[in-house]
Each structure stands twice: as C-alpha cells, then as structure tokens.
Write a protein that binds this ligand. Structure first.
Ligand SMILES: Cc1cc2nc3c(=O)[nH]c(=O)nc-3n(C[C@H](O)[C@H](O)[C@H](O)COP(=O)(O)OP(=O)(O)OC[C@H]3O[C@@H](n4cnc5c(N)ncnc54)[C@H](O)[C@@H]3O)c2cc1C
Length: 672
C-alpha cells in the first residue's frame, strides 16, 4: 500500500509538475523577447531535465529505502514478451522514424506542413543547433523519467485503489494534463500517446519499449521542428526577395488599386480591416499623376519605420535623407534605447508600446540580428514622484506585472544600487534595451528589399503641396508623390516653416563608464535598466554593462541648440553632473569614463508626440515623436503613419498627438 511519501510524490506529479511547466517554463518563453529566446529555451530545457531526474531519484530512493520490487514499476528483468521481441519492436520503430525523417527533410511541402502543425509550440521547440543538442538530451530524459514516473509509478500508485487497466487509463489522463502548457490539443494528443504507451507497458510487462518509443517520438519531433522552422524562414526570405525583384521588374501598379496586404512575416498588421482597405490617393491615376505613392523626408527611427511598413504593403515609396542612417547627427544613435511597458508618462502609451514590442520582435526575426534585450527595469524615486506614481498607475490600469520595492529591497536584489531610504522603486519585467542603430538598419534594409527607393545623402530643400499631391525638391531635381511624410527629427522646424510645430531642439549627452568596482554587479543578468527621478523633470537613467561599459545619461530640459550646431562635443562638466547624480544611488557605476556622445531631443511643449496631418495640407503627415522618449515606439508609429498615408484608420487613437493642441489655450495640455 502507498505510504505518505508516495502521496506526496503523486501530488507533485499530478499538480506541481504540470503547473511549473505551464507557469515557469512556457510563460517565461512566451514573455521573452526574441533575442532572449535562445537563452531562455536552453534554461527551460535544462531545468526540465533537472526536475525530472530529481523526481526519478526520489522514486528510486523510496524504492530502495522500502525494499520494494522494481518489477512493480515496470523495471522488469524478465518481460513477458521476451528481449528478442522487444528488440525487434524497437528496431522497427527506429526504422520507421528514420524513414519518415528522410522523407520529410527531402520535401519542402511536408516540412511546411510540419511547421504549420507545430506553430503553436514554436516558442519552445529548438531553433539553433545548440538548442537541438540540449533538446535531444531532454528527449532521452523524458523517455526515461516520464515513463518511469507517469507509467510505472502512477499506475502502481493508482492500482492500490482500482484495477490496473483503470489505473493505466487514469495515468494517461494525468499525463495528458501534465502537458496542459501545450493547450487543449496537446492535452488530448499526449493523453492518447500516454494511453498507447501504457497499453504497451501492460502487454509487455516492462517499461523498456515505452521508454524507447517515447524518447524516439520526442527526438523525432524536435529534429523535424528544427528543420521545419529553419527551412520555413529560408523560404520566407526567398519569397520576399522574389517579390522585391518582381516589383522592380514590372511596371509600377496603378496607385488607386488596393495594395497587397503585408506578408505575414513582415510584421505588418494582417487583420481584416487593414487588409481590406484601399489606398486612394488624392492625385488620381498614376499615368497622369505622381512618381510615387508616398515620399518620406528623413529616414531615421520614424521615417525608416514608415518606409518599411509602406513598402511591406506594396506601396511605391521614395525616402530621402541628408545622411545615410544610422548616423550620429540626429536623435537615434548611442547603442541603446530604453523600452518600457509600465509607462510613467501616461497609461495612454501602453497599448502603443505593446504593439511596438510585437513589431520589434517580428523585425528582429526577419533581420536575424538582435534588436532588443529585456533586462527588467527599475523606476526609482520618492513615493510621490511622477516616475513611481506614473509607472504604478500605468501598470495597474493595464494589469501589467510589476513589484513595488523599498530601498532595502532594491539593494538586496540588485547590489549595484544603494538608493536612499526614502525612495521606492517600481520593478517591471518587460523593460529592456533596444539597439537603435541595428533597429534603424533593419527597417531600412527591409524597406529596400521590398522595393522602397531610399535616396541617401540627398537632403530635401523644399516641398510644395498642391491639389495633385506634393512636389519634393532636392539638389538633384524634383519628385512628385501623392502623399508626404515629414519625419526629419530635429530638423522638423526648418521643414515645417514658421507656422509649424513649437519644437524646441535641446542638447543631451550620453556617457559610457567602466564600473569603479564590482563590475559584474552591472551585468545584464544581475542589473536591470533603470531611471531615477531626482526632482520633477530631472532624471538620470542607465543600462546594464555591455562590452564592459555602463551607459548612463541625464534626461533634463537641456540647452536649446540649432540642429546643425557643430559645437556638440560633450564637456567634462556634463559628465561630472551625471557622475554626481549616479553617486546618489549607484556609486560604482561611473568609474573611468570611456567615451561620450551628444544627441538631440526635439521637444514639444508638453513632451508628448505630434503625429497628425499637416493643418493646411491633408496629404502631408507630420511625424515628430521624440521629446526624449520616442524611439521605443518607432515600429508602431511607423505603422500608424503608414495607415494615415493610406487613408486607413490607425490602430490607435492618435488625437492625443494632434498638432491642434498647441493652438492658443491648449498647448501644454496633458495627453489625457
Ligand atoms: C540622448 C537621447 C536619449 C534617448 N533615449 C531614449 C530612450 O531611452 N528611449 C526612447 O524610446 N527614446 C529615446 N530617445 C528619443 C529617440 O531616440 C527619438 O525619439 C528618436 O530617435 C527620434 O527619431 P526621428 O526619426 O524623429 O529622428 P532621427 O532618427 O534623428 O531622424 C531624422 C532624420 O531626418 C533626416 N533629415 C533631416 N532633415 C532632412 C532633410 N531636409 N532632408 C532629408 N533628410 C533630412 C536626418 O538626417 C535624420 O536621419 C532618446 C533621444 C536622445 C537624443
């Protein structure tokens, strides 16, 4: 009869094991940014292996301690069907699997079917050779441990109260629910699979064949998934390239025709409303009309994202930039940018940044280069500071995961920080760093691959809107387009003229330091990105150590400058002010200063963005999203600007970003 420790082990197998798999394993995988996924996947595989071996060890210990016969849990030295028959069954199973594998790998269609079937588990299946190797070990572990536990042990345990066949059926149901993290389909499939293995076990009187079959199925699935995802990505890439070549080779489509919806992997919205809307320019048919559907001035963070989105929808785009982004003249350089979800500035931004996360992930998958790394984030300040209160408000309005920590908690958890006792912090898991140069490059490469004409080193001198669209003038000549997106960052005032936006261009500096001591405390695994509020409107912020350096900066009103002002070298006084600020809560962050850079904010009076149609020319879209916090949104705002240019309703309500709010009486009004 089972003893109390058997009840405990049974309970762990029935409740704790599946709950842990769902909540710790799968949830972590789903929340991880793509750049983090390989690391998280390896960690999840290793944890699963450790737990399974631990549980098996517990069972073996119970058996040895109680002197029970191992035959009772299927480790039968004399199985009823004999070793010869068992070896034959195993050999046939291995042969069939190898044959299936060869056939699947030789045929793209079969592989794509496999990809489709495994899509819902994509996040947990291996994508890189190193992950595949670990997955193989996990498969063998699952074969041995899960069979011993869910077949041998659970059937033995339940047989104390019911006939063995009923116990085997119940064990299969438990095994199915143990895979609840795979969804209802996974529960049924694994339940049926478990029932087959249980039948084999009962007939053969031994676990050896179920172990071989189980390990074989898992090995086979991991192997096929790996090849299906790889081949799928390769075929997607080839399709994009063919489409881009096709667009160049054939005459441009008539502009009033509806462009194709964006290909799924482009990361563009594929919902029905977006796909069904048609692009109807004001200027009439192409033959008598513009050279392009949309022209974009400025190909930095915002313009590049808009170009990408438009090109992905089959729109004829031309983009101009004075330099070749990414470059160091504007607002989008400096190696890292914060992305955070519990947005202290206003809860209004949260759905936009959530969409931005999705689009950055899609872009990252396409670019094959890391664009985003999640580190978690600390927002530190007085309990009544705008930073702490605002972040907490956004987190609770949108039910985001977060924790409120006092100063001692912060130090206990993150040794790099020693904030003053009166401060508190909001910690949120989805804060991270974007790599801005790589992000800008990925958008521009993606746009060019889809046929956008990107004219670098060609500044726009003037633009004129008329009934037919817009004419853009550069040193090389004139170009006509039906629509124009102005995304010139700090140069917007020059492009918009005196009646434009009340933008103030301010100088900001960034500094990189070697930590003064205990550098490992600043590593991304141990140190989140952070913002610290010193006084209303005065913040310092920083990022974990990358390439041996901690990057930090002040977020302050800053000196007003002209964007082409050549005197941009950061000064020793600016670095000293930052070192003093860091000294208040992260004294080891700033050791030797390695380098510094200057950058520009384009600030609106209320520090919220201006994304709207030009007040006098509806075919011109103004895209000014800086005020020191715009980068993270670029992927989603590029999508919104593309919608405006195509006369589609953007996914988000953009009225908080309307230009009209700066008219007398409204300027400085809060977003909501
Ligand atoms: C120091 C600093 C730190 C920041 N930190 C963060 C952060 O942590 N998180 C965050 O989300 N945001 C942050 N931001 C804000 C963010 O970087 C900006 O919102 C974003 O980079 C703005 O992008 P943009 O496309 O408007 O400007 P840019 O990327 O500067 O692009 C404008 C482009 O227009 C081109 N151009 C200008 N005039 C013309 C013309 N006449 N013809 C052709 N081309 C022209 C320029 O060459 C340039 O390439 C920070 C900004 C700075 C400066």
């Amino acid at each position: 009869m089972p003893a109390w420790f058997d009840h405990l082990l049974f309970l762990i197998l029935v409740v704790l094991f599946p709950v842990r798999a769902a909540y710790s394993g799968m949830r972590r995988l789903r929340r991880a940014a793509p750049a983090e996924l390989p690391r998280v996947r390896l960690a999840v595989y290793r944890e699963a292996m450790a737990i399974q071996w631990l549980l098996l060890a517990a069972m073996v210990a119970i058996w040895l301690a109680t002197g029970r016969a191992f035959e009772a849990v299927g480790v039968a030295w004399r199985p009823s069907i004999g070793f010869g028959v068992m070896a034959l069954i195993a050999a046939v199973a291995i042969g069939v699997t190898l044959h299936q594998r060869r056939r699947a790998l030789a045929d793209d269609q079969t592989l794509m079917d496999v990809r489709g079937k495994m899509q819902h588990l994509e996040v947990m299946l291996p994508h890189a050779p190193r992950e595949l190797n670990t997955f193989y070990r996990l498969s063998v572990t699952a074969g041995i441990c899960e069979e011993a536990l869910y077949r041998g042990y659970v059937i033995w345990y339940l047989s104390a109260w019911m006939p063995q066949v009923a116990a085997a059926a119940a064990a299969s149901v438990i095994f199915g629910f143990g895979h609840a993290y795979q969804g209802p389909r996974g529960v049924i499939t694994t339940g049926v699979f478990g029932a087959v293995l249980a039948a084999v076990y009962l007939i053969s009187g031994s676990l050896w064949i179920p172990i071989v079959l189980h390990a074989l199925i898992d090995l086979h699935s991991g192997h096929l998934a790996f090849h299906a995802f790889r081949r799928g990505a390769e075929l997607d890439r080839q399709r994009f390239e063919r489409e881009a070549e096709g667009r160049d080779a054939v005459a441009p489509p008539a502009v009033e025709s509806a462009p194709d919806p964006a290909p799924a992997a482009a990361g563009a919205p594929a919902d029905a409303a977006h796909a069904a809307a048609a692009f109807v320019p004001e200027g009439g048919p192409a033959a008598a009309g513009p050279d392009y559907d949309v022209a974009i001035v400025g190909l930095g963070a915002m313009g590049g994202a808009a170009a990408y989105q438009l090109a992905a929808r089959g729109v004829r785009v031309v983009g101009f930039d004075r330099w070749r982004p990414p470059h160091e003249h504007g607002s989008s350089h400096g190696e890292t940018r914060l992305i955070r979800e519990a947005y202290f500035e206003d809860p209004f931004y949260v759905p936009i940044v959530q969409r931005a996360y999705e689009l950055w992930s899609a872009l990252e998958a396409e670019a094959g280069a890391p664009l985003l790394r999640l580190t978690g984030g600390l927002m530190i300040g007085g309990a009544d500071s705008a930073l702490v209160q605002g972040a907490e408000r956004s987190a609770s309005v949108h039910a985001l995961p977060y924790e409120r920590l006092d100063a001692a908690d912060v130090h206990a958890r993150y040794r790099a920080f020693t904030p003053a006792d009166h401060t508190v912090a909001i910690w949120e898991p989805r804060t991270g760093m974007l790599f801005p140069e790589a992000c800008v490059r990925a958008h521009l490469n993606g746009a060019a691959r889809r046929g956008a004409k990107l004219r670098f080193g060609e500044g726009v001198l003037a633009w004129h809107a008329d009934g037919d669209g817009v004419e853009i003038e550069t040193a090389s000549g004139r170009v006509r387009a039906a629509k124009l997106i102005l995304a010139a960052g700090a140069w917007m005032p020059a492009l918009l003229g005196p009646a434009g936006l009340p933008l103030r261009i301010s100088r900001q500096t960034l500094h990189w330091f070697e930590p003064a001591s205990a550098p490992e405390r600043f590593d991304p695994e141990r140190c989140p990105a952070w913002i610290y509020e010193h006084a209303p409107g005065i913040y310092s912020y920083g990022f974990p150590r990358l390439n041996g350096m901690v990057k930090a900066a002040m977020h302050v009103p800053g000196e007003t400058i002209a964007p082409d002002d050549p005197a941009r070298e950061p000064t020793a006084e600016e670095a000293a002010a930052l070192i003093g600020a860091l000294g208040q809560y992260a004294p080891d962050a700033a050791g030797r200063r390695v380098k510094s850079a200057a950058c520009m904010y384009a600030n609106t009076p209320d520090m919220h963005f201006a994304i709207d149609r030009h007040p006098a020319h509806a075919q011109v879209i103004v895209m000014s999203a800086c005020s020191g916090h715009g980068f993270k949104f670029a992927s989603a705002l590029g999508e919104a600007a593309a919608d405006l240019a195509m006369e589609r309703a953007p996914r988000f309500d953009l009225t908080p970003f309307r230009i009209g709010r700066f008219a007398a009486g409204e300027a400085g009004a809060p977003v909501r």
